[in-house]
Design a protein around this ligand. Structure first.
Ligand code: 6R9
Length: 655
C-alpha cells in the first residue's frame, strides 16, 4: 500500500480507555508484555503451568528444524483430563460447564461432573468401536452438547478428530474423510435450523458411497431431531451404523485418561484455500492447549467463578474448537452453547439468551454484528444486557461503525471490545487488545499478545515504518501454531514459509498506524490497484458502512482499461433507507470525503444480500466475477447460493 494513499485512508481517531474497575482487577496487566519481551520462551513455559501435566516438560521450544516446531516436547498430558476431570478433582464438579439452548427452546445444564461421566462413556463407546490412539475420527454434527463431548472423547483417547461443519455437503465431507483417512464418523440424525429439522445423516450415507472413504467402519449417530431416516433420504446400514443412545448409554462412567506426548496430534481442521483441495491444518496437544487456555483467560479477563461466557461460532470452525471446546473448558468456565440462528424465531433471540443466562462475555463475528445493525437498534434495546462486561470480535476486520454500534447498543457504551486476529493455522488468538490494559481503537486488532511476535513487511520482507502498509507476518514460532498440513509438508512450506524467508506469511494485508498499532486490511487478494494506488477493500467498506444509510458493504476491484482496477461496491441499505436516484451519488461523495477521491467507487449497487461463506466471510471472488461479467466460479461454500441470482438479476447493465 503506497504511503500517500494510506495517509488519506481511514482517519479513525476515537479512543476508548479500559473501564477503571476492570483494569483494577484484570487478570493481565501491562507487566505481561514486559515479561514476555524479556524472555519469550520463559513466558510460555510459565503459561504451560496453567495445565496439569502428567510429565512436566523440561524443554519449551525445539526449533532445530524450522518451520517444524516442537513445543514442550518431553511433556505428557491428556487434553480431556485438563478440560474436565481436573476441575471435578478440584471440587468444581457442580459448576455448570455448558448451558445448552436448543433452537426449539429445549435446554440442558451440564455440570463438570456430568461432563466427566458423558465424556468417559463416549470414550468407552469409541473403544468398543475399535478406536485406538492415532485413529482419525470425523465429526459431522449440529451445535449440541454431544459434539463437544465427542471431541473431548477423541482427545481423551488420543484419536485426532476432524470436525466437518454440519452445513457442508456430502462431497465436502467425503473429501475430508478421505484426506484424513477417518475410521469412524460421529454424526446426528440432524439438528434444528431456522425453525425446522435439518438432516445430517443422509449426507454421511452419501459421502460413504464415494471412493476413498472405505476405511470408515462405524458411524455413530446421535438422535437429535427424531426425524425418520427414510423420510430424510438416508439409509441405516446394520453393522456400520450405531445409535449413540444405544452404545454410549450402556458404557461405564469411568475411564482412566492416558497421558500423551505434547506433540501428539489433537485435531485436523480443514480450511479451504482459494484454489486447490482443502488444507488439513494439523494441531497438536501441549502447545495448543497452553495458548488457547492462556488467551481465553487473558483476552476475555475470564473469572471462571462468576463469568458466563458465550461464543456464537459453530464448532465446525476453529473459533469453536479453540473458544467453545478447549479454551473455556480448560479454564473451568461456564459457557452457553446455542444450536440455532440469531433470528429464529425472532431477531432478538441472541439478546434474549444473554438476558436469560446473564452472559458476561460475548464473542462473535463482524458479519453477525452488521446483521444486527441492519435489523435495528430497537431489537437489542428490548432486553437486559447489563450483565455483559467484555465483547469480542473475530473472523474479519470489524468496520469502525460496526465496532461503535456493538459497544453502544450491546455494551451499554462501556464494555471494552477485543478485536482478535488469528487463523485456523495459528490455532489461537495472536493480535488483540487486552481489556484491562489497552486503550482501544475501533477497527484495529492493534498489537500482538504477550509472547507473540508479529509485524508488517513490504514486498522485500523489510519491516515497514509506522504509518505504512504491507503484509502481516509472524516472526517467531508460537505454541499453538499449525505443525504442518496433514500429509503435505511441502505445501506447508510453500504456503506459509516461502514468501518471506524465516517468517510466517499470514496472507493478510495490514498497515501500521502512527502509534505502531496494526490494522488488518483483509486477505492480500482483497487489495485493489487503482491508478497506481493500493486501496484495501476493507477501508472502502468501512467508509461506506459509516454512512447512516448503509448496513453492510462488499467492495471489489474490477478490471478496468483506464485505471487497472475500478472500485465496485455492493451495499445493503439499513432498514427504511430508500434506494433513490441521489443515493449512489451521495455514497460516492461520502467515500471520497472519508478516504480521498482516489477511493471513490466507480459503481455502487444496492443489493438485498451479500454472498457469504458459512463462517460469515464475504466471498468477494464471486462479486468480482459479477463485476467483470464472468460466469460464477464454485458457489458450494456459500450459505445461500440463491443470493448470487438476486445480485445478478440486479445487473442487466453490468458492463
Ligand atoms: C479465526 C478465524 C482467518 C482469516 C484471517 C483474516 C480473517 C480473522 C480477524 C480477521 C481482521 C480480525 N480474520 N480475524 N481479519 N481482523 N480480528 O477466523 O480463522 O477462518 O482460518 O480465518 O480471517 O483474513 O487470515 P479462519
Amino acid at each position: 500500500m503506497s504511503n500517500e494513499s494510506l495517509a488519506n485512508l481511514l482517519k479513525e481517531e476515537r479512543r476508548f480507555a479500559p473501564p477503571a474497575d476492570l483494569a483494577a482487577s484484570a487478570n493481565i496487566t501491562a507487566a505481561a508484555y514486559e515479561q514476555a519481551a524479556a524472555d519469550r520462551l520463559g513466558f510460555w513455559a510459565e503459561q504451560a503451568k496453567r495445565l496439569t501435566w502428567a510429565v512436566e516438560p523440561s524443554e519449551t521450544l525445539d526449533w532445530s528444524n524450522p518451520p517444524f516446531a516442537k513445543w514442550f516436547a518431553d511433556g505428557k498430558l491428556n487434553v480431556a483430563y485438563n478440560c474436565v476431570d481436573r476441575h471435578v478433582e478440584n471440587g468444581l464438579g457442580d459448576r455448570v460447564a455448558i448451558h445448552f439452548e436448543g433452537e426449539p427452546g429445549d435446554t440442558r445444564a451440564i455440570t463438570y461432573a456430568e461432563l466427566q461421566r458423558e465424556v468417559s462413556k463416549a470414550a468407552n463407546a469409541l473403544i468398543e468401536l475399535g478406536v485406538t490412539t492415532g485413529d482419525r475420527v470425523a465429526i459431522y454434527m449440529p451445535m449440541i452438547p454431544e459434539t463437544v463431548i465427542a471431541m473431548l472423547a477423541c482427545a481423551r483417547l488420543g484419536a485426532p478428530h476432524s470436525v466437518v461443519f454440519g452445513g457442508f455437503s456430502a462431497d465436502a465431507l467425503a473429501t475430508r474423510i478421505e484426506d484424513a483417512d477417518a475410521r469412524v464418523v460421529i454424526t446426528a440424525d440432524g439438528g434444528y435450523r431456522r425453525g425446522k429439522p435439518s438432516a445430517l445423516k443422509p449426507a454421511v450415507d452419501e459421502a460413504l458411497t464415494r471412493p476413498g472413504t472405505d476405511n470408515v467402519r462405524s458411524v455413530l449417530v446421535v438422535r437429535r431431531t427424531g426425524q425418520s431416516l427414510d423420510e430424510a433420504g438416508g439409509t441405516w446400514k446394520d453393522g456400520r451404523d450405531v445409535w449413540w443412545h444405544e452404545i454410549v448409554e450402556r458404557q461405564s462412567e469411568r475411564h482412566t485418561p492416558e497421558a500423551f506426548d505434547a506433540e501428539h496430534p489433537l485435531f485436523i481442521l480443514y480450511t479451504s484455500g482459494t484454489t486447490g483441495k482443502p488444507k488439513g491444518i494439523l494441531h497438536t496437544t501441549g502447545g495448543y492447549l497452553t495458548q488457547v487456555s492462556y488467551t481465553h483467560h487473558a483476552v476475555f479477563d475470564l473469572k471462571p467463578e462468576t463469568d458466563v461466557y458465550w461464543c456464537t461460532a459453530d464448532v465446525g470452525w476453529v473459533t469453536g474448537h479453540s473458544y467453545i471446546t478447549y479454551g473455556p473448558l480448560s479454564n473451568g468456565a461456564t459457557e452457553v452453547l446455542y444450536e440455532g440462528t440469531p433470528d429464529t424465531p425472532h431477531q432478538g433471540r441472541w439478546w434474549e439468551i444473554v438476558q436469560k443466562y446473564g452472559v458476561t462475555i460475548l464473542y462473535t463475528a463482524p458479519t453477525a454484528i452488521r446483521a444486527c445493525m441492519k435489523w435495528g437498534d430497537d431489537i437489542p434495546a428490548k432486553f437486559d444486557l447489563s450483565s455483559l462486561r467484555v465483547l469480542g470480535s473475530v473472523g474479519e476486520p470489524i468496520n469502525p461503525e460496526a465496532w461503535i454500534w456493538y459497544r453502544k447498543h450491546i455494551g451499554a457504551d462501556a464494555t471494552p471490545i477485543v478485536d482478535t486476529w488469528w487463523q485456523t493455522e495459528t490455532g489461537a488468538m495472536m493480535l488483540s487488545p487486552l481489556p484491562g490494559v489497552t486503550e482501544t481503537k475501533p477497527g484495529s486488532a492493534q498489537l500482538p499478545l504477550p509472547g507473540i511476535s508479529a509485524t508488517v513487511v513490504d514486498d522485500d520482507a523489510n519491516e515497514v515504518p509506522d504509518g505504512a502498509g504491507g503484509y502481516l507476518v509472524l516472526t517467531e514460532p508460537w505454541p499453538s501454531m499449525l505443525r504442518t498440513i496433514w500429509g503435505d509438508d511441502q505445501r506447508y512450506l510453500d504456503t506459509y514459509w516461502s514468501r518471506f524467508a524465516g517468517k510466517y506469511f499470514a496472507g493478510d494485508g495490514a498497515k501500521k498506524d502512527e502509534d505502531g498499532d496494526i490494522w488488518l486490511l483483509g486477505r492480500v487478494d482483497d487489495v485493489m490497484l487503482v491508478s497506481g494506488h493500493n486501496i484495501s477493500t476493507t477501508e472502502v467498506e468501512s467508509a461506506l458502512v459509516s454512512h447512516p444509510k448503509v448496513a453492510e458493504a462488499a467492495v471489489v476491484g474490477a478490471t478496468d482499461p483506464q485505471t487497472t482496477q475500478a472500485i465496485c461496491a455492493f451495499v445493503i441499505l439499513r432498514g427504511g433507507a430508500a434506494e433513490d436516484e441521489g443515493l449512489v451519488d451521495e455514497l460516492r461523495a461520502h467515500v471520497s470525503q472519508q478516504l480521498g477521491p482516489i477511493a471513490k467507487p466507480k459503481r455502487i449497487l444496492p443489493v438485498a444480500e451479500l454472498p457469504k461463506t458459512r463462517s460469515g466471510k464475504i466471498m468477494r471472488r464471486l462479486l468480482r466475477d459479477v463485476a467483470e461479467n464472468r460466469d460464477l466460479g464454485d458457489v458450494t461454500t456459500l450459505t445461500d447460493s440463491s443470493v448470487m441470482d438476486l445480485i445478478q438479476a440486479k445487473l442487466p447493465s453490468a458492463a
